[in-house]
Design a protein around this ligand. Sequence first.
Ligand SMILES: NC(=O)C1=CN([C@@H]2O[C@H](COP(=O)(O)OP(=O)(O)OC[C@H]3O[C@@H](n4cnc5c(N)ncnc54)[C@H](OP(=O)(O)O)[C@@H]3O)[C@@H](O)[C@H]2O)C=CC1
Ligand SMILES: O=CCCC(=O)O
Length: 355
Amino acid sequence: MIKSFAQMQNESNFREQNCKYFNFKDDNGSLIRKRSGFVTFSDQPSLSTIIAERERERERSRRVRKMEVGFLGLGIMGKAMSMNLLKNGFKVTVWNRTLSKCDELVEHGASVCETPAEVIKKCKYTIAMLSDPSAALSVVFDKDGVLEQICEGKGYIDMSTVDAETSVKINEAITGKGGRFVEGPVSGSKKPAEDGQLIILAAGDKALFEESIPAFDVLGKKSFFLGQVGNGAKMKLIVNMIMGSMMNAFSEGLVLADKSGLSSNTLLDILDLGAMTNPMFKGKGPSMNKSSYPPAFPLKHQQKDMRLALALGDENAVSMPVAAAANEAFKKARSLGLGDLDFSAVIEAIKFSRE
Ligand SMILES: NC(=O)C1=CN([C@@H]2O[C@H](COP(=O)(O)OP(=O)(O)OC[C@H]3O[C@@H](n4cnc5c(N)ncnc54)[C@H](OP(=O)(O)O)[C@@H]3O)[C@@H](O)[C@H]2O)C=CC1
Ligand SMILES: O=CCCC(=O)O
């Protein structure tokens, strides 16, 4: 089929090369546009697309190099996240309650401060990744904490998993001093944190959220902005409530298969082929069958999230018997001393209750 030039221009892979246009009039005085050069069809991006993409990348690097980011809390997640920022060109200043945990980051180029207040003083943007509400509050409100130095022009981004009430309290204190606040809890564990594949559930100051995008793009694969402070915390707790409940049903299934004389490895294969296939069963199942629970997401934090999600259920009069039962199993596992292991160790509490 012979296509007109106009038709060709509408094709998504249309490319012009060395084209020049000449305008002249025909015998009737009508304006005619003639083109020299040639046209190709290609799946490769056009030169102008490549140039625009390079310019965007240069602009992103310029913004990143200018961004001095503070990082408070170098646990499993904080270490991986701050390392990612460093590897991607950010200037990073770290603090951790146990200061020795800063050493590895310093070896990779980070600066270190001795208090959260010093980090805030030094950096325009500071991210926190702390264990729970009491840690998040303590780092902000205690002596040498964030509040001592936060002021106009500074942004504080708390990515810890906490309840909405804690987040709102922190927001009020930060904004009361002229600072800006975003909560940004994350879905995804140690490996996604190492690979920059987290899902960021942000809420709060929209302008600060937008300024944080270069960092969020390095830390995660997708950032959601969910509106007012508290919405990020609530969304995260709901996600983890579902995850904790699923982990319990999964554990019960593995134990039941075993006790019924079936292979729990075969159960994994069957689950993986059907409608319930998911990265969590696939990733954790084989090690659970070997009673191995290297901590990616510590069980004590999963139980904290179940507790906070159940409180959110109370507030909203939502009956959650499945989540409540899952919480009991995580509590049992904690009482057995399994709190620092991965949350998949809840299967041990299920085995224990059946012995
Ligand atoms: N691990 C995971 O897969 C995921 C975790 N999360 C959430 O991210 C947060 C961090 O998790 P994770 O890195 O696994 O946890 P870790 O237990 O590995 O690290 C907790 C961090 O909080 C610090 N901390 C604890 N208490 C205090 C306190 N009172 N004052 C100051 N600092 C304190 C610890 O300091 P120190 O080293 O001195 O103990 C450490 O830096 C939690 O809210 C968790 O629920 C979210 C998504 C995934
Ligand atoms: O809060 C922890 C979430 C862990 C995960 O999403 O795998």
